[in-house]
Design a protein around this ligand. Sequence first.
Ligand code: KG4
Ligand code: ZN
Length: 366
Amino acid sequence: MGDRVLTFLGIESSCDDTAAAVVRYIPGQLAEILSSEVEGQSALHANFGGVVPEIAARAHVERLDHCVERALAQAGLGLANLDAVAVTAGPGLIGGVLSGVMLAKGISAATGLPLIGVNHLAGHALTPRLTDGLTFPYLMLLVSGGHCQFLITRGPEQFQRLGGTIDDAPGEAFDKVAKLLGLAQPGGPLVEAEARLGDGKRFRFPRPLLDRPGCDLSFSGLKTAVLRARDALITAQGGITIQDRRDLCAGFQAAVADVLAEKTRRALAIYLDDNPTDPAFAVAGGVAANVVLRDALRKVCAERNVRFTAPPLALCTDNAAMIAWAGIERFRNGGQDGMDLLARPRWPLDATAAPMIGSGKKGPKA
Ligand code: KG4
Ligand code: ZN
């Protein structure tokens, strides 16, 4: 296939964000995001302590076509100006994925545009090529409320999972710690703000799985350790002070940063064994907003002379620009789907890696 300008519509509806975007690939340049519309649903799920799949699916159905219209209008384009439509076909909450896939099939059937099904995780994993032009292979750490894995991204559809969480994702742990310390949700930014005023050395929390080889992670025991420390304070002094809370947050965050830094060190060693010519590491996901964590990872990369990148936050969290981009990558690699494209609740990026255990607050981690 000759290299040419490609303008793709992307559609994302696998969790609690309804999103549509238009991305243009221009050979030899960084791609352009012509529009990226994201409509969150947190207000709809706020009273339920998590995403309710049925409510999410209905909201996607109601909002998707308007979202696509806005994305096209924002880009100043119509369907006739597009080269293809890319859609998240999994993994995720099946009702939501189905809504997106049905819409994309409808557009494709009506216009004759090629249809490209995209793995949501591939969208996250390929984003550093959209934002920073990274070349294959690069090492990726996805850290959010729903994801936590190390991936060597070798090609548009070629991923090697080096390890991931065996229970909670780090964002979930931040959110649970916030909850047990009386902070609002989402807890990550609040825990980080408290930790800034705290002493990270006062409480020595465990560094889970550091004693075991490999790149797997675990965060659920760490959260329990914070709960125990809090309860010990309550028993001893009848409650916790503001400073206690700050110190608990700082201790917890230091443990998360230590664990992620050490596991990144190990993942980098495996990646560098491949002798990549232009070695690069990218961290993405909501938790990548954490400054302490970012600094820790940047340091680990500097130790090994590996380029450190972190896409802007709006492209780290769920969006459709990453889906349009992953669609472009797949299409340029010869990939395309027909009307038999399936919506998949689970769809591991690396089919050869052992399946992940557990399920995040935002659905299966795949
Ligand atoms: O990627 P994201 O928006 O959604 C998914 O989980 O897919 O990530 C949200 C998660 C939440 O758990 C939130 O608490 C966490 O990212 N988060 C943070 C920070 N900002 C957001 N965690 C730690 N420190 C932060 N500054
Ligand atoms: Zn995601």
